[in-house]
Design a binder for this molecule. Structure first.
Ligand code: C2E
Ligand code: MG
Ligand code: MG
Length: 287
């Protein structure tokens, strides 16, 4: 009593996913994963105060973007070893930067499967101890969609991480239907406003109003607010005027290798009014 539809691309999709999983498994052991870092800038001073680690897969001579392989990694469970590699690498880099007397914070993205993997809190504690990164300088970013759907285990784990001293950010805020009341119950430190809101600043009244409201809400709740996807000077001007704390986006810098970030901080600030950002390495990602 049913109809099933088959299209040739469904088979191809399955085969492609299986290939990705087996190649990725090898990639984790082979050093084919790389991290790029995107500077996080304090908006009122234009100082780089942090960097978000973003994973890349250097597959053959192509740099593959996370959206191409994170889904398969999550489904297959490979996200657990992959995420551990990212966490260690990013914390080690952050600790090295701090030893060179740069007061930087490091942000790492987490997936649901990683958070619920056995022993995750102990793993984070061990990585912090091994690398010497102070817990309060590590921010873990969790997508709003994960938090909205989160069961007790995820919330408990995130609360454990905060007890270690680690900070928690809700990523892509505004896209996953988190109710504002819900926000108050989560163990949060930082709200990251989704780029889709920032894109409308200065020409779309509704998006501008929503952004202003979220910035105000963050302040009232005692949270830091980071705006993501700042590409235009008018967006930066609007966010500064709203009192948004921090920002990230191509206007300041693209994600880049650690060495690129170091070159950038030697110039102290990344005020787009004062200096070109053209010396930054640009991301070459497929797709
Ligand atoms: P995200 O955590 O929200 O990271 C921000 C994404 O926006 C990055 O894409 C970054 O390159 C891009 N971006 C930054 N500034 C701008 C801008 O001004 N304009 C535009 N159009 N884009 C901008 P990326 O690196 O492709 O990462 C996509 C997503 O993949 C991330 O979104 C995050 O959810 C996930 N991801 C990345 N690395 C990891 C990881 O190590 N672990 C996990 N679990 N997820 C990761
Ligand atoms: Mg993020
Ligand atoms: Mg985001």
């Amino acid at each position: 009593d049913r109809v099933e539809v088959y299209a040739a691309h469904m088979h191809e999709d399955v085969v492609r996913r299986l290939e990705i999983v087996s190649d990725l498994q090898r990639a984790i052991g082979n050093g084919e994963l790389k991290l790029q870092y995107q500077p996080i800038v304090q908006l009122d001073t234009s100082r780089v105060t942090g960097a978000e680690a973003l994973v890349r897969w250097s597959r053959g001579n192509q740099l593959v973007a996370p959206r191409e392989f994170l889904g398969a990694a999550e489904e297959s469970g490979l996200i657990v070893p992959l995420g551990e590699w990212v966490l260690r690498e990013a914390c080690a880099q952050g600790a090295a930067w701090r030893r060179s007397s740069w007061e930087v914070g490091i942000s790492v993205n987490l997936s649901a499967r990683q958070i619920t993997a056995p022993g995750f809190t102990a793993l984070v504690a061990a990585v912090l101890a091994d690398t010497g990164l102070p817990p309060e300088t590590l921010t873990v970013e969790v997508n709003e969609r994960i938090l909205v759907a989160a069961d007790g285990l995820i919330i408990d784990r995130l609360a454990e991480l905060r007890r270690l001293g680690v900070r928690l950010a809700i990523d892509d805020f505004g896209t996953g239907y988190a109710s504002l009341a819900y926000l108050r119950q989560l163990p949060l430190d930082i709200i990251k406003i989704d780029p889709s809101f920032v894109a409308g600043l200065g020409h779309d009244d509704t998006l501008t109003l929503i952004t202003r409201t979220v910035v105000q809400l963050g302040r009232d709740l005692g949270l830091r607010v980071v705006a993501e996807g700042i590409e235009q000077p008018r967006q930066l001007i609007a966010l500064r005027e709203m009192g948004c704390d921090d920002g990230q986006g191509f206007l300041f810098a693209r994600p880049m290798a650690a060495s690129g970030v170091e070159a950038l901080i030697r110039t102290a600030t990344v005020d787009p009014d004062e200096q070109p950002v053209s010396e930054c390495e640009t991301t070459r990602v497929s797709g």
